[in-house]
Ligand binder design. Sequence first.
Ligand SMILES: [Fe+2]
Length: 323
Amino acid sequence: MESLSFPVINLEKLNGEERAATMEKIKDACENWGFFELVNHGIPIEELDTLERKTKEHYRKCMEQRFKELVASKALEGVQTEIKDMDWESTFYVRHLPQTNLKCTPDLDDEYRKVMKEFASKLEKLAEELLDLLCENLGLEKGYLKKTFYGSKGPTFGTKVSHYPPCPQPDLIKGLRAHTDADGIILLFQDDKVSGLPASERWAVDIDVPPMRHSIVVNLGDQLEVITNGKYKSVEHRVVAQRDGNGRMSIASFYNPGSDAVIYPAPPLLEPEAEEKKQVYPKFVCEDYMKLYARLKFQAKEPRFEAMKAVETTVNLGPIATA
Ligand SMILES: [Fe+2]
């Protein structure tokens, strides 16, 4: 079992004599954790502070009452066993790419829109830089992942803004139930509360992401597991609701392949005997996977991969039958 100290990567060290050691640390994090935490990532602290302030203000003004009416009043009514079909969270989503919907996202004031736009454009660059670091560690040519994600209209990129308000019975409902992310690479900015993010069967205990102010937590989604043919894995995680305090803020940005991007294991990463051992991940159009995921998010990922393989087989049979 790997070391239990959560990987923290100081990105500035990529510019100095510790570059090789830092790349090695990123590699280890990708292979053994599926998660790592970035410090000195280049996104200005003032911007993160403004984003946090505006997000919390927006929650109080526009979301809190709705949460109380939609979730808090209903979820726990007369319930004695753990709730499996609902999460104790309040969220909204902003899309940045391929086209932004920031202008028509309701209830955001000008300052919030401005800081969100700035943040998203910096995060997009950071995600692309990270993809190239992954390429380097995987021995893929520079730009391979970005190109794979591009499809015909470019990547899909969006931000899910969440609050996890204090919960009277955190043993009965999760902030967010366990799942792996369907996406490519995910960048998470949260306030400095302890978060019980990863909880995996691979670990006997829950691993907490150390709360570090202004850090960005990165995790890998199912698409990268497929492209690396399982060398890197998407790791299951969840959010545990807290009984006390003001709740927790989390701003998660998802950098994904475009809807028509074709996703499949990168040929250089396929072991020669993978085919015989049936250890090859499926090939699919990203949108098809996302549709399946929407129905099966809170279930294990393996059946999703199997389902995509079954579709692939049917598709491949077409030309043979008509030949
Ligand atoms: Fe997630």
